[in-house]
Design a protein around this ligand. Structure first.
Ligand code: KG4
Ligand code: ZN
Length: 339
């Protein structure tokens, strides 16, 4: 088969990224321009500023990716782009740019679901990995369990009913005065704390039966905020490492138990972690231990492929390319895109 070179764009949130991937699995370039320093002073992503930054960054990032890959636009066989879910203004920058390139170059356009992209990051990191498997996608916007039966056959088993796991990490971190995004700071601080110091709630009992694979983190978030407020009012000393460790343990317990349950339910022997929170060291350690006990294999990407990047979008686009799943120039941003 002749080589396929996919150029992909990712602009769904606060990273402007362009990547060039060959045959779906080999990264030739993956340029990520992060806006984190810009949004940090606001404590979170400001959508209007994100859109403007994407407009400034998108063409330079594409240029850098092509140069780093040693390719030109003439070598590109397909254009992939994230069209949802995400911030509408941010998504539109990537979608409009990808449509322009596809039209000008007369190359196929492929619209990619951001969540699916996160899962496919694992195909870049683990060349031997093949479906079927169960994937836990945990990011700032999503907490979902997915059964990937084949490259183009994905079934949603369950998802969060309120906050995403990463969102809970970021909100709790914010009240503890860590900079945005707070997930990595909680991860680091938790290493010095006692995970059993404070018994924060785990939403197991309300999410059974048909909600077996659903998640809820808003109750946990409120419990941590209440703990911090009431201890503050009583002028009790608060151990930030203990709060971080106990909060993280509550999140990780639920994620691990439901993911193992999903693997057993689907009868798969492989578990895949994806999304920004997949970089969490406690989640990786606990899931590694629980998977090993049951003879299940666990895969997760290196940190740079856990958070938002265009290489994962190019990988997803490649498998859609093989299936003939093309978009046309009517492709639009879909902020609440479902699986
Ligand atoms: O996948 P991602 O880059 O963006 C979304 O699609 O949402 O994920 C970003 C999220 C943020 O909430 C960030 O705090 C979280 O991933 N995150 C972590 C860690 N690294 C990133 N959360 C916990 N522990 C980490 N080590
Ligand atoms: Zn993401």
């Amino acid at each position: 088969m002749t080589q396929n070179v996919t150029l992909a764009l990712e602009t769904s949130c606060d990273e402007t990224s362009a990547a060039v991937v060959s045959d779906g699995r080999t990264i030739l370039a993956n340029i990520i321009s992060s806006q984190i320093p810009t949004h940090q002073k606001f404590g979170g992503v400001v959508p209007e500023i994100a859109s403007r930054k994407h407009i400034e960054n998108v063409i330079p990032v594409i240029d850098q990716a092509l140069t780093a890959a040693g390719t030109t636009l003439a070598d590109v066989n397909a254009i992939g782009v994230t069209y949802g879910p995400g911030l509408v203004g941010a998504l539109l920058v990537g979608v409009a740019t990808a449509k322009t390139l596809a039209f000008a170059l007369n190359k196929p356009l492929i619209g990619v679901n951001h969540l699916e992209g996160h899962i496919f990051a694992n195909f870049l990191a683990h060349r031997e990995l093949k479906p079927p498997f169960v994937a836990l996608v945990v990011s700032g916007g999503h907490t979902s369990l997915i059964h990937l039966k084949d490259y183009n056959d994905l079934e949603l088993l369950g998802q969060t009913r309120d906050d995403a796991a990463g969102e809970a990490f970021d909100k709790i971190a914010r009240v503890m005065n860590f900079p945005y995004p707070g997930g990595p700071h909680i991860d680091k601080t938790a290493r010095e704390g006692n995970p059993e110091a404070i018994a924060f709630p785990r939403a197991f009992n309300v999410l059974e039966g048909e909600n077996r694979f659903a998640f809820s983190f808003s109750g946990l978030k409120s419990a941590v905020l209440n703990y911090l407020n009431s201890a503050g009012q009583r002028k009790e000393e608060i151990s930030i490492p203990d709060v971080a460790a106990s909060f993280q343990a509550a999140v990780v317990d639920v994620l691990v138990r439901k993911t193992i349950d999903a693997a057993e339910y689907t009868g798969t022997s492989k578990i895949v972690l994806a999304g920004g929170v997949a970089a969490n060291s406690s989640l990786q350690d606990k899931l590694t231990a629980e998977a090993a006990k049951r003879g299940l294999s666990l895969y997760y990407p290196p940190a740079v492929l856990c958070t938002d990047n265009a290489a994962m979008i190019a990988c997803r686009a490649y498998y859609q390319f093989l299936a003939g799943d093309f978009a046309d120039l009517n492709l639009n941003a879909v902020p609440a895109l479902k699986l």
